[in-house]
Design a protein around this ligand. Sequence first.
Ligand code: ZN
Length: 136
Amino acid sequence: MGRPMQVARYWRHFKEKYRMVGTKCKECGEIYFPPRQVCPKCGSREMEDVQLSGKGKVLSWTIVRNPPSGFEYFKPYPLALIELEEGPIVLAQLTDVDENQIDFGMEVEMVTRKIREFEEDGLILYGYKFRPPIKP
Ligand code: ZN
């Protein structure tokens, strides 16, 4: 019973996770990620999808040395509060970065990475992480 529902929920959220689509309030212009049905600021239900750039900067971070079950593969990993260009603040893992390089205000961009793998059926969850922009 539980499994099909989990998968359905996963696919419904796939678009917002993979492409980083947020919602914008048509009344006050506030942008939210993850998407909201109702604007917490003005109470409007007039929300529209908005494609976010996936670019942002690090507000603060911590190094997670004892990850929760299922994340052992990544330990230890940096977890950061990132302010997106469009305004929303997200909590996400940093990747492709040495922990000594991380700094306040460091520019980062979203990448899609494997987050978690369920051993029993091979279901792999992808989600967003952030890394410093690749220098041209
Ligand atoms: Zn609003």
